[in-house]
Design a protein around this ligand. Structure first.
Ligand code: TMP
Ligand code: ZN
Length: 407
């Protein structure tokens, strides 16, 4: 087996598991026989800095380009979530017209639009041009590019240093993560706060949600690994909040070292990580066993339903579904169609070998099925509430990861 270098601390790490050949998770295809880029999705864990990571990464341009399919604003619940964070930061940090807020990975402006509405100076940075254009139309000032030391220097010279740097669901997207953390350290004011929010490694291990792993999610961060990364640049996590979004996320509040008291939440979360064994390689060996078991269970269930002659469709074509479909070997023969509300995905096909047609979720009610795989399981409450009629008519939902729950 090949050895790899940890992307945070550069020591050699071993491959733990391969998910096999995978497409880029968000590379939805226009025609079934279009050429697709495939790579080996392998994972590893660094026992020195505790970073859980994908080992072979496709070129960034292949993942983040002019037709990035993920539009954050497709979920009203997420819109409310980011508005709440904006309001909290405005209140607690007393943000006003002389403040400066930077967001790294600003997507379609879902967070900054509320900052912009309050006329607080801001700048979003995003690598995908199409999402930058959407944000600009909402009045969000956006720079199209890959954030790092050079963009940070450019921002400091043009606008000065930032009071807040926000980065949500982005820290796991960046191959040269040291460059980003160093860029943030140069851009943040001495008393400024960096806020990052990403899927939590604790939650992934607890829920066995291996579908968090794909090319664009090249790290699943923990408190321990976040601190390893930021400590290198004289920064530290001083507070943490956990939530259930995106299948369970941690929000880290990071500031200059030794400037603030470390919160009780941080101490409690450190204890939780120790209890779960987040820094031990044996935890990941057990996780892999659970992943393999989950794949087996999903295949058994789908085969059983198909043998009964029943129809299975899917709901939501998140990036996560690319991992589940391709790792479990499920395609258009197993799942007739997937319903989604993203304009960037409708009428395309799921990537890799799965090639399942994506229809507008507004047609879900019209085209009845007995079973529906809820690939967007993290939006369960919002979707089940929207599609109440389906359950009333006897339709069953399948949660495709962990123990494969039927609702
Ligand atoms: P996410 O888990 O990465 O946020 O992706 C969720 C996917 O599910 C995204 O493609 C949009 C889709 N979706 C719907 O189709 N209907 C909905 O009500 C919600 C919340 C999401
Ligand atoms: Zn490392």
């Amino acid at each position: 087996m090949k050895n790899y270098k940890c992307r945070v601390c550069n020591i050699e790490i071993k491959e733990l598991m391969s998910f096999g050949k995978m497409p880029i998770a968000n590379a939805f295809v226009k025609n079934k026989n279009d050429d697709q880029y495939l790579f080996n999705l392998k994972i590893g864990f660094c026992e020195k800095c505790f970073t859980f990571q994908v080992l072979e990464i496709p070129e960034a341009k292949k993942m983040f380009n002019n037709n990035y399919a993920y539009l954050a604003s497709t979920s009203q619940v997420m819109k409310n979530h980011w508005k709440e964070l904006g309001d909290k930061l405005i209140r607690e940090k007393k943000l006003e017209k002389s403040s400066f807020v930077v967001e790294v990975g600003s997507n379609d402006g879902i967070f900054l639009e509320n900052i912009s509405k309050k006329e607080i100076p801001h700048l979003g940075v995003d690598a995908s041009k199409n999402v930058c254009d959407i944000a600009e139309k909402k009045g969000v000032k956006t720079l199209n590019g890959f954030f790092g030391i050079s963009i940070a220097d450019e921002i400091v010279s043009k606008h000065g240093k930032a009071d807040i740097i926000l980065s949500t669901n982005t820290m796991h997207h960046i191959e040269d993560i040291n460059n980003v953390a160093e860029g943030m350290s140069k851009l943040i004011k001495d008393d400024g706060i960096i806020v990052t929010e990403d899927p939590s490694l604790v939650e992934m291990i607890k829920k066995n949600s291996y579908d968090q792993i794909y090319a664009e999610h090249m790290y699943i961060w923990s408190l321990a690994s976040m601190n390893s990364l930021f400590n290198k640049f004289n920064l530290e996590v001083f507070d943490i909040e956990n939530n259930n979004f995106h299948g369970g996320c941690s929000r880290y509040f990071i500031g200059k070292k030794n400037k603030r008291k470390i919160s009780q939440n941080v101490i409690a979360h450190e204890k939780l990580e120790t209890k779960i064994g987040i820094n031990k390689i044996s935890t990941y060996r057990k996780f892999i066993e659970n992943v393999e078991l989950s794949k087996k269970k999903l295949n058994q269930l789908i085969n059983k339903i198909k043998n009964e002659g029943k129809k299975i469709v899917g709901y939501g074509a998140p990036a996560k579904s690319t991992t589940v479909l391709n790792y479990c070997g499920l395609n258009y023969e197993a799942i007739d169609v997937i319903y989604d509300n993203s304009a960037t995905k409708i009428n395309k096909y799921t990537p890799g070998k799965s090639l399942i047609k994506i229809n507008n979720s507004s047609d879900f009610e019209k085209e009845l099925s007995e079973y529906c795989v809820l690939f967007a399981w993290n939006h369960k409450d919002e979707i089940l509430n929207k599609e109440k009629q389906y359950s009333k008519k006897g339709g069953k939902w399948i949660i495709p990861v962990d123990g494969i729950e039927i609702i």
